[in-house]
Structure formats: structure tokens, C-alpha cells
Design a protein around this ligand. Sequence first.
Ligand code: DAH
Length: 345
Amino acid sequence: MIDDITRISDAAPALVLAATTIDQLRGVESDLLGKRGSLTELKKGLGALDADGRREVGAALNVARASIEQVIETRRLELESVERAATIAAERLDLTEITTSRPRGTTHLVTQTWDRLVDVFVGMGFTVAEGPEVETDWYNFEALNIPAAHPARGMWDTLYVDLGDPETVLLRTHTSPVQIRVMTETPPPIYAVMPGRVYRRDTADATHMPVFHQIEGLVIDRAISFADMAGTLESFTSAYFGGSIHSRLRPSYFPFTEPSAEYDINCVFCEGKGCRTCSQTGWLELGGCGMVHPNVLRNVGLDGEEWTGFAFGFGLDRLALMRHGVDDIREMYTGDLRFLEQFPS
Ligand code: DAH
């Protein structure tokens, strides 16, 4: 029996090496060591031996098994790495075709402006919020101190959505409703800007589009004054337009602020000398602002004795036009590449 064991054990390495796949190796392993394998068959003969014989042959069987297992394991590692390399080679993707150069697009001027404005305000410590474009009358008007039939409703030519009771659901006419949402959802202090798309029943011309963008600002804290607002807007102006452009505030009227003001900057076309774009005034009007009206604070459940604040709303497209010296807002929306390509991001 010892001879048989030696024969099997000596022959094993050649058999193992002859296996060229993991499957074949598994076959060889089972032929040698499996339930019906040659070593296992020999082991069955142990019962017929005396105690000494059993010990001797048993030990030889164990040695043979261990050395065969070792050879198989080594071969398995070899074959696995060969097969892995083959799989990788077979699954290799040829990506060279994609390197043929295609012109790279850029973000739209509106998107660039949006991002830049948000960057400037985030740099000043503001957070960013957004709200829905389809709004209810409450958020767009009522909560902003503009009740139904108030003459100020005429300031916004509203597009209504045919949903629910007549004139209760609309396309927001400004980003101011997001102020209401922010004040309702977050306890003060609040320092937030709210960029977004807005809609008005307007005919497109050089200064109007029925769909355009605004960026709203809101600050609510203790002891906020008109001077804080003026300072914030002046800082914003020089951060966005550069140090040579300044801001001024003119008295105005908005139902949701008291006092209210119009925010102007030096004309970027003539730098204040007076030109056609600024109607010879040297100033360009960019938006409205003011101290948040006590009725608005009441509508969102804030105590006007404890909290005060200011708000502002600018035309985002208009800011972009002014910054880049473009004199017709429609240019932004025709999709003309000759225009868009002048603003690579
Ligand atoms: N919502 C106003 C508009 O669309 C702009 C505006 C004015 C926003 C004054 C404000 C504000 O937050 O305080 O014309």
C-alpha cells in the first residue's frame, strides 16, 4: 500500500500541472482526493490492517494528501490569476474614439449670473432658499400685505393657473413669496437669498420678458436698521460690479416694505456721465427694497417688537445685462450661439 501511495503522490504534480483551467483542476482534485479519489480508495483498505500497519499507512496517506493539496493550491492560484487577466483583457473597453475633440458647451448667461450672485451673497454670510413657481394667492399677494382688490395688485400682471377657485393659483409674479415661506419655516435670525424664475403677463420688448428671473434677499434679526440695508446693498454692488460702481436708494412704494426704496447703481455704460441707456440720468434702476412691513411679520407669526428686517428683490437678467453691457433682454432668450458664445463659463 505504501508503494501505491508513493506512486499516486509522485504522479500527482504532473497531473495537476496538466490542468490548464480551474475546472480541469477541480476534476484532478476530485480524482485524487475526492470521495471516490484514488487516495480515498486506498484509505478504505486501512480497516484490513493491524494496528501498526494502520498507523504507518495512515501517516503516509496524511503526508501524501497534504503534499497533493499543496500542489493543487499553488496551481489554483496560478490559474486564477491567468483567468483574471483573461477576463480583464476580454472586457477591456476601447475608449479612444471618445477623445476626438468636440466643442465644449458653456452654462447659459442666466445660470452664470445666478451662480455668481449666490457666490457673492454666500460670501457675505447668506444662505440660499428656493420656492415653487406655481404659487397660491396667499404667498404671492395676501401674506405680502397685498389683499384682493388692492390697487397695488396692478403692479404685477398676473398669469393665473386654471386650478381650484378662480384666481387662487398663479405663476409667481416675483420671488417675494419665497420670503414668506422662509419666514414661516425657519426661526430668525434669517439671512437668505432666494433666486428663481418668475412670470408676468407682459409682451417681450427690450426691457421685458414674460418669463424672467429675480433674486430676493431677506434679513430678519434684532435691531436691524435701514442703514444695515444700505450698507449691505453697497457691499453687494461693489462685490458684484466692481469697486467703481456705487449704489443709491430712492424713496418708493411696495406694499410689503415700509419704508420702501428703489435701488439704483451708477450707469455701467457711461459711468454716470449720462447716456441713452440711463436716460441721461447716470443711474440704472435694478430693483426694490425696504424694511419688512409689520403686517408681513404678523402674517408669518413673528413679533414685530422683537424682530425687524429688510428685504430686496432684483431682476437677475437685468443684473446680467448691466454687468455685461447688453442692451436688449431678448438676446438672453433667443438661443443665438453668436451671443451665448461671448460668455464662456
Ligand atoms: N417683489 C418686487 C417686484 O417684483 C421687488 C421687491 C421690492 C422685492 C421690494 C422686495 C422688496 O423684497 O423689499 O417688483
